[in-house]
Design a binder for this molecule. Structure first.
Ligand code: LMR
Length: 336
């Protein structure tokens, strides 16, 4: 009995000392995310791994866990705060439950008329101010990564905004997305990304919204009969790290990782549009979902139906923030 106890104690001792010894040699970054590897975010994460390990001469090892392998949407943020993983890239629509509700400004329908305006926001003072909101949550924001503009899918043609009435729609955990669906008369349902395919397949929900790359890589096109290329809203990511971990890194390592992240960001944002175009072409070729382009009149009708969401949610995301983004659009020469 005594020997067993001793052996156990020794084993536990070894287990406890191993990570410390390991940490002296190599710093481990667990990068968890919920999408497939073959997506803008999945490829961006792999690129960061490659660049970070190279830039630090192997002093840092990055392990990427795609497809909700480690954690689903809500759990991954908790895991980051607890330090169980070091890096994530959640969709900007998932920061509300954390108390950083201003991030939901990215979910407002038609807020970004194009990527130029988006870039002015993410790379300018607005993007920085938003990241500052995360510090009190024990999180540091490192970069903004694109996915793309969302399309709306269901099992019936979505031609007019009224076609959304009564449709059960899966959304991310954003109150702005909730308001967007309710404004259209749809019934929003918050659900983890990893559960969407099955929910569509079994009819728990009728439809959803996502950029083509996510729709294709999760095979949602196999369980959705119709989709309209509405591009009514944006989906992008904040690459974030555990603050305690990040601040505790040796300065030279942090600088090297910053450089790797800059390069990975340029790469991810560069490939995002093409990834979505290819996914769309693949889905069209499969013939499973019928895709519909909007006429200018149809797009105008959807815009008219959805623009009130800006006013309705301004008390949540901040009137000043919405105005600041509109100013960026005006400065980029877009008439709102
Ligand atoms: C979703 O939940 O629909 C997306 O945010 C998934 C992702 O990370 O792209």
């Amino acid at each position: 009995m005594k020997l067993v106890t001793l052996l156990c104690a020794a084993a536990v001792g070894c287990m406890m000392s191993a990570p410390v010894a390991f940490a002296q040699d190599q710093i481990l970054i667990k990068f968890s995310h919920v999408v497939a590897q073959d997506t803008p975010k999945g490829k961006g994460a792999e690129k960061f791994k490659e660049l970070a390990e190279k830039a630090t001469g192997g002093k840092v090892k990055v392990e990427v866990y795609p497809n909700s392998q480690l954690y689903k949407d809500k759990e991954e943020l908790e895991a980051l705060q607890l330090g169980a993983v070091q890096m994530l890239a959640p969709s900007l629509a998932k920061f509300g439950p954390l108390g950083a509700k201003e991030f939901e400004v990215f979910d407002l329908p038609y807020i970004f008329p194009n990527k130029t305006v988006l870039r002015r926001v993410t790379e300018g003072p607005i993007g920085k101010q938003l990241f500052q909101k995360l510090e009190s949550k024990g999180i540091v924001g490192l970069a903004y990564w694109d996915n793309g503009f969302k399309i709306m899918s269901a099992n019936k043609p979505l031609i007019k905004p009224e076609d959304m009435k009564g449709q059960k729609m899966r959304i991310q955990s954003s109150k702005v997305l909730d308001a967007q669906m309710r404004t259209l008369g749809a019934l929003p349902q918050v659900m983890a990304f990893s559960e969407v395919y099955q929910a569509l397949q079994t009819g728990v929900v009728d439809g959803t919204e996502n950029p083509p790359s996510n729709m294709y890589t999760q095979k949602m096109h196999e369980v959705q009969k119709h989709a309209t290329i509405t591009e009514h809203g944006y989906l992008g990511y904040a690459v974030i790290v555990n603050k305690k971990f990040w601040d505790g890194l040796p300065a030279d390592i942090r600088t090297a990782l910053d450089g790797a992240m800059k390069e990975a960001t340029a790469y991810a944002n560069d490939i995002a549009q093409n990834e979505n175009d290819v996914a769309m072409a693949q889905m069209k070729a499969s013939g499973k979902t019928q895709f519909r382009e909007q006429t200018p009149e149809e797009r105008a009708a959807w815009m008219k139906a959805l623009m009130p969401v800006h006013k309705d949610t301004e008390s949540r995301v901040g009137k000043d923030l919405i105005e600041a983004i509109n100013k960026e659009a005006a400065a980029a020469g877009v008439k709102m």
